[in-house]
Design a binder for this molecule. Structure first.
Ligand SMILES: [Zn+2]
Length: 235
């Protein structure tokens, strides 16, 4: 694989992203205008669509992963409703629990710059960063972000979401349901196609990552269940 592409796929470069002042976080150069269009569309319906997180660099993901693996950060349970007792888990259990909510460094779609975790600023209970939780309860039923997502459902169904779709719209037994996670398909589809199993294994072997031996032992299952097991791309 050409080095430029492998660095983009693993978040080891930021040359594919830019920070537009209207968005405020680094996003793929090709996703900026489509996102601004989505933002304008949202505004017409009274939503102040903002991005909580978009591009994430490899180094950042590595720190998060390693701290969780060492028990220095909370690990959520399967439903996301509570945290697990790290001391009760063996290394394999730690790995599977982490994979539900975190990507292996170098294998996160957020490295690509094409992914955004979104929210409605108007619906925050208070303007502090703690007000946003990005948990399932927030986006369903009476949740504060439910109205935004009902609006988005319709837009995506009508194929009018400017190329964005939800790869984690449903719980497929791998990564948890994350309705707030949108992907700019015209670009992410290409990255996804380029990301092969051999490449996954190769980059884990080269990395300085906690639980490396257990990851390599289960590399095929991790690749199929947590990386490739997303909702089908819209056609
Ligand atoms: Zn996300």
């Amino acid at each position: 694989m050409i080095p430029v592409l492998s660095n983009v796929l693993t978040g080891k470069t930021n040359e594919h992203v830019i920070i537009d002042s209207r968005i405020g976080v680094p996003l793929h150069t090709r996703a900026v205008f489509p996102f601004l269009s989505l933002q304008k569309e949202a505004q017409k319906s009274g939503f102040d669509l903002r991005v909580a997180s978009a591009f994430r660099a490899y180094d950042r993901q590595l720190v998060i992963w390693n701290e969780k693996a060492q028990g220095k950060r909370d690990i959520l349970n399967y439903s996301g409703g509570s945290t697990l007792d790290y001391n009760q888990l063996n290394r394999e259990e730690v790995l599977w629990a982490m994979l539900r909510w975190s990507s292996v460094p170098g294998a996160s779609r957020h490295h690509w710059g094409t992914e955004v975790d979104i929210y409605d600023y108007n619906a925050l209970n208070s303007p502090s960063s703690e007000a946003l939780k990005l948990i399932p309860a927030e986006v369903e039923g009476e949740g504060s972000m439910a109205a935004l997502h009902r609006w988005l459902d319709k837009l995506i169904d009508a194929k009018k979401a400017f190329g964005f779709f939800r790869p984690y719209e449903m719980d497929r037994g791998g990564v948890a349901l994350e309705k707030w996670h949108l992907s700019y398909t015209p670009q992410s589809f290409l990255y996804d196609e380029s990301y092969t199993y051999d490449f996954f294994v190769e980059q884990i072997e080269q990395s300085d990552i906690e639980l490396k031996d257990v990851i390599l032992q289960h590399s095929e299952k991790i690749f199929q269940t947590y990386m490739k097991n997303i909702c089908p791309y819209p056609n």
